[in-house]
Design a protein around this ligand. Structure first.
Ligand SMILES: NC(=O)c1ccc[n+]([C@@H]2O[C@H](COP(=O)([O-])OP(=O)(O)OC[C@H]3O[C@@H](n4cnc5c(N)ncnc54)[C@H](O)[C@@H]3O)[C@@H](O)[C@H]2O)c1
Length: 135
């Protein structure tokens, strides 16, 4: 089975509290890289979740050829830039809400992401915890 190879941008907040522990339960997910602005936190998260690499800037994570899909869980003011950079890097994207701060970029980002796989619903469809309760 081909696994989804994840990179997580802004791994130290909700990603650490909620999403990464769930992701680790899935046999279909492999955590390749985490990114945090603080180097020590990035390295601690890399060790905690057994990721291969830790980065302190999102562009380095996006340049990682092993990363297929990125989960963007940074503060909202970074979403627009990081999501557009991820789309340009041809990564699939799971983007935390809200998409960004103003409606025009939200619309532009939605159109841009039309050609890429917007993996939010698939993520939940494949989520290990959801699979456990699904008949
Ligand atoms: N879906 C949900 O139920 C849910 C719940 C909580 C939060 N959220 C969303 O998740 C996002 C993050 O929320 P949070 O509570 O974890 O916030 P947070 O402020 O804790 O930020 C998350 C992490 O991003 C890091 N960060 C800071 N600057 C960064 C940058 N330039 N690039 C990458 N990472 C950076 C921080 O160090 C922090 O560890 C927000 O958009 C929020 O709305 C969604």
């Amino acid at each position: 089975m081909k696994k989804l190879r994840w990179g997580v941008i802004g791994a130290g907040g909700i990603a650490d509290r909620r999403t990464l522990p769930g992701m680790m339960l899935s046999e279909e997910a492999e955590l390749i890289a985490v990114m945090e602005i603080n180097e020590e936190l990035a390295e601690n998260l890399r060790v905690k979740y057994g990721a291969k690499r830790a980065y302190t800037d999102h562009k380095s994570l996006l340049a990682d050829p092993e990363v297929d899909v990125v989960y963007i869980a940074s503060p909202v003011n970074f979403h627009k830039e990081q999501a557009i950079d991820a789309a340009r890097a041809k990564k699939d994207i799971l983007l935390e809400k809200p998409i960004c701060l103003d409606i025009v970029p939200q619309y532009a980002l939605f159109v841009k992401s039309f050609f890429y796989f917007f993996s939010f619903s698939l993520f939940f469809a494949k989520n290990a915890q959801i699979s456990l309760i699904r008949p």
